[in-house]
Ligand binder design. Structure first.
Ligand code: MG
Ligand code: MG
Length: 268
């Protein structure tokens, strides 16, 4: 069942979302060659917990061991942070963060460059980020969930990149994952109708090659089937009569969605 949120509840989620936006601003300068994903995870946990009443929502979720997910290069999502895993020049690192504040969840992901990227990898990040913004714009009251996936497809078509379709966005609120599912492929006008008070995590994931994925033996890490690089950008939004309100950062002025409470990072 889809749980609609009140304005007061959405304000709490926005306060949690602004913690994530602030964390990404802090992380950006710490993502450099030689840093371990374990060190980034520890920083993230301390940053989140330094805000009264906030905890990392992913820690222990379904048994996940980290505070955040750190997915490197061909890893799509659910990478486990490790002090043995060090970043190298030219890598890309996706960090997925959930915050629970006063019982309400927010969820956002960003793919960061490590040093200088080759042009094809940089373009993968750009297309994925832009597909997120188009998807956010499509999330308006009286449209449908399928319009969101269709917006992702409209940006990715013709690029040769794969849209990871076995993983989806989702509603969230008291729980990190609630109904409805929000696929990254879809047809306009199809799927559940979008209503005022819905809170959704919209999160396109692309690969530089195949859309097929595979879970490693650790039971968590999802990688691309051909080990091509993968990027992941995610915001939590609330659907309002004035349009989608981003709760986990801001988007560039070229995109018209309502600004959230705190600026988020840009890739590149
Ligand atoms: Mg996430
Ligand atoms: Mg999510």
């Amino acid at each position: 069942m889809i749980q609609l949120k009140t304005e007061r509840e959405i304000e709490v989620i926005a306060r949690g979302g602004s913690i994530i936006a602030g964390l990404f601003r802090e992380l950006r300068g710490r993502i450099e060659p030689g840093t371990s994903t374990g060190a980034l995870d520890r920083f993230a946990e301390e940053f989140i917990r330094s805000h009264e009443g906030a905890v990392p929502a992913f820690k222990g979720l379904y048994g996940f061991p980290g505070s955040v997910c750190t997915s490197l290069n061909e890893e799509v999502v659910h990478g486990i942070p490790s002090f043995k895993r060090r970043l190298k020049e030219g890598d890309i690192l996706s960090i997925d963060v959930g915050v629970r504040l006063e019982g309400w969840c927010s969820d956002s992901a960003w793919t960061f460059p490590v040093g200088e990227l080759d042009e094809r990898t940089r373009n993968l990040l750009t297309v994925t980020e832009e597909s997120l913004y188009l998807a956010l714009e499509a999330a308006v009251v009286d449209s449908h969930v399928g319009d969101i996936g269709a917006a992702v497809v409209s940006r990715v078509d013709g690029t040769g990149y794969g849209i990871i379709r076995d993983l989806v966005g989702h509603g969230l609120g008291r729980e990190v994952h609630e109904e409805p599912q929000v696929p990254n492929v879809g047809c306009p006008g199809q799927g559940p109708p979008l209503m005022e008070g819905m809170v959704l995590a919209i999160e396109p994931m692309l690969s530089a090659g195949t859309h097929r994925i595979h879970t490693l033996d650790d039971g968590w890490t999802v990688v691309t089937g051909d080990r091509s690089k993968s990027a992941h950008f995610e915001h939590t939004i609330a659907l309002t009569q004035d349009g989608p309100r981003v709760l986990t950062g801001v988007v560039p002025p070229a995109y018209r969605v309502l600004a959230g409470p705190a600026p988020g990072p840009r890739s590149g």
